[in-house]
Ligand binder design. Structure first.
Ligand code: PLP
Length: 502
């Protein structure tokens, strides 16, 4: 011990506004809503993702939106909408009381160190235990699996790819599927076969290959051609979310499992979107008869309030990468921090208490039936509707009917989905586009949305359909000046702003 006097309390004293640089925005002002919506939008566009926010702003979708109830948001004009967006990462709506009250308790009572890097943490321990036990309840072979925490879905995938590679270090190939979406860091991006996201970053990680989704025969042929011992892992979404809600044919997942087991190839089930109830099951892969070696989770695990990603790995595979003196071979700073773990733990507990996967399956069936009825009533608007649980998708007929060449056709599909999203928004529902399907709009409401609001959401989609009985109306109902501005925006190149990106 040094002779330095111990200081306790650690209070720095009240803030000295004079110390803040000019233009510095105070947290308290944001909390007190002194920092207005126009200002937020303007600065976010100026200092953040300008092109994205500019486009959203043209469509009237840039927000910011404010919470009215966990399931409804309002814009700055006080227009209230049902929130069916959030890319499946908002399982209990916005600022759900179940989490806000728990976070209040946590901040008042928690004494466990908040950012454990190496020391054990009661919060992390509890969440690890519960996740493994939940998985093992569905898939007993996972009873001794282990968890690695991180802070996003893409990072959970990166971990999974590394675990698999360490297990088969001489392997050269990873296989994912057409229309897959696994994230946008370099490893996960390499297995997200979407040229728009991939092309500028080539070369990506070597040996990332694509097989047609839903076709076990094609996978089997590809593995045989590569030499099974050269294949590190097969990465599969049990239902593709960002790909436009693609449900594989029965037997596909069990087939993937059988082919891989035969050849000792690691199977990674990406449950980041499907897992924990979105599609009506705890683990969609297990529900479809697959027993994967690695399961990735993220989105709903943070309760829509914080960032939690998890890679759950069979014991033997886990030990291969993080065994012995190699236990720091994979690590991060924030994964497993106490606040994230505590919110994750309470979120998981609430999912269990309310049996939200079962509710999602039940309400989702009602939702899909209503969408199917709409499709039957408006066949010139809907090309298809599909879904499972609270993961529902609408695919629209292109709003321009004349036959077009490939690239233009895709553009028309994309424009149709974007303008449909706007029309649905006008009808009072916040919905999602899909990151790897340009044709679909998804509805992903909170799993605990009250039934009357769930019904109201579908009523509003019906209103949208009545207003646009054929897809060409999506175009004719869009104000021409807006269509012109959007077309100009779509045709414009991103502005050059700095030397480095110029
Ligand atoms: C199946 C799947 N995997 C991975 C990801 C990437 O997650 P994140 O956006 O948290 O990186 C997503 C995100 O949409 C996803 O749906």
């Amino acid at each position: 011990m040094t002779g330095m006097p111990a200081t306790h309390g650690g209070e720095a004293g009240p803030p000295a506004p004079g110390n803040l640089p000019p233009g510095f925005i105070r947290a308290q002002d944001v909390l007190d809503e002194k920092f207005g919506p126009q200002q937020a939008r303007m600065l976010d566009t100026r200092y953040g993702n300008e092109e994205l926010l500019f486009g959203l702003n043209l469509l009237g979708l840039a927000g910011p939106f404010y919470r009215v109830s966990p399931w409804e948001l309002e814009d700055e004009h006080g227009v209230r909408r049902i929130n069916a967006s959030g890319y499946a990462a908002v399982p209990f709506g916005d600022m759900p009381p179940v989490l806000t009250s728990f976070i209040r308790d946590f901040t008042e009572k928690n004494r466990a160190q908040t950012l454990p890097q190496q020391a054990s943490s009661p919060w992390r321990a509890a969440l690890e235990t519960n996740l493994v036990r939940l998985l093992a309840r569905e898939l007993p072979s996972h009873a001794d699996s282990q968890v690695f925490f991180c802070s996003s879905g893409t990072e959970a995938i990166e971990g999974a790819l590394k675990f698999a590679k360490a297990w088969r270090p001489r392997g050269k190939f990873y296989i994912s599927f057409s229309s897959a979406y696994h994230g946008k860091t370099l490893g996960s991006l390499s297995l997200t076969p979407n040229p728009e996201y991939q092309d500028v970053f080539r070369p990506l990680i070597p040996g990332a290959l694509t097989s047609p989704y839903g076709d076990v025969g094609a996978l089997s042929t590809l593995i045989r051609r590569l030499g099974p011992q050269n294949v590190i892992a097969v990465l599969v979404e049990p239902i593709q979310g960002e790909g436009g809600v693609n449900i594989p044919p029965p037997g596909f997942l069990t087939g993937v499992g059988e082919v891989c087991r035969r050849h000792g190839i690691v199977v990674i089930a990406d449950e980041i979107q499907t897992g924990l109830g979105r599609t009506g099951h705890w683990f969609e892969s297990a529900a479809q008869g697959l027993d994967p070696d690695i399961v990735t989770l993220a989105k709903p695990l943070g309760g829509g309030m914080t960032a939690v990603g998890a890679t759950i790995v069979r014991h033997t595979i886990y030990k291969k990468m993080l065994g012995g003196l190699s236990s720091k071979r994979h690590s991060n700073t924030f994964g497993g921090n106490a606040l994230a773990m505590a919110v994750g733990l309470r979120s998981l507990e609430y999912l269990v208490e309310q049996d939200l996967p079962a509710r999602s399956l039940r309400l989702g069936r009602v939702g899909l039936e209503r969408l199917r009825a709409l499709q039957a009533r408006f066949p010139r608007l809907f090309e298809d509707v599909r879904g499972q649980g609270m993961l529902l998708a609408m695919q629209f007929k292109p709003m321009v009917g004349v036959p077009l060449p490939g690239v233009l056709k895709e553009l028309v599909f994309e424009a149709t989905a974007i303008l449909a999203l706007r029309e649905i928004h006008e009808a009072g529902v916040l919905a999602n586009l899909s990151l790897s399907s340009k044709r679909t709009v998804r509805l992903t409401p909170a799993l605990d949305i009250p039934e009357d609001l769930f019904g109201a959401m579908l009523d509003r989609v019906e209103t949208f359909a009545e207003r646009n009985p054929a897809s060409r109306h999506i175009l004719t109902n869009t104000p021409p000046a807006l269509t012109a501005r959007l077309a100009k925006f779509a045709a414009s190149k991103p502005k050059k702003r700095t030397e480095s990106d110029g």
